[in-house]
Write a new protein. Structure first.
Length: 121
């Protein structure tokens, strides 16, 4: 079960990621950063284009079914190297490992409180 310090939306996003065996799930809490663009980034990895797309679909389905919410915008589904799902106050990033390493969001948002979840498999 996910940590209670996160919003219901973040918890459902994490569950959707875990359902499809996403790796290295990390939550960046941006709430204490002045002028941040949202409250949370939820970041994970998939090992292929197919898995990255499947994780995004799982997150979207789970959030829709559990919270009756849908993303405001989704980018990157065509090439599935980095899919961004914008839930306005929470932004989901689903990467293939080499693209996650290249963009290194955790370092770019180094002032954020970082929670790394343990892989469940």
């Amino acid at each position: 079960m996910t940590q209670s310090k996160f919003s219901n939306l973040v918890n459902e996003i994490i569950e959707g990621m875990e359902d499809l065996k996403a790796k290295k799930i990390t939550v960046l809490d941006l709430r204490n950063i002045e002028n941040s663009i949202c409250s949370f980034f939820v970041i994970c990895e998939g090992t292929s284009n197919t898995q990255v797309k499947a994780i995004a679909n799982s997150v979207e389905k789970r959030v829709r079914e559990q919270l009756k919410d849908k993303p405001w915008h989704i980018e990157g589904m065509d090439n599935a190297e980095w899919i961004l799902m914008d839930y306005v106050d929470t932004v989901v990033h689903i990467f293939q490992p080499q693209f996650r390493s290249f963009y290194d969001l955790e370092s770019l948002w180094g002032d954020a409180e970082v929670s790394e979840l343990e892989d469940k498999f």
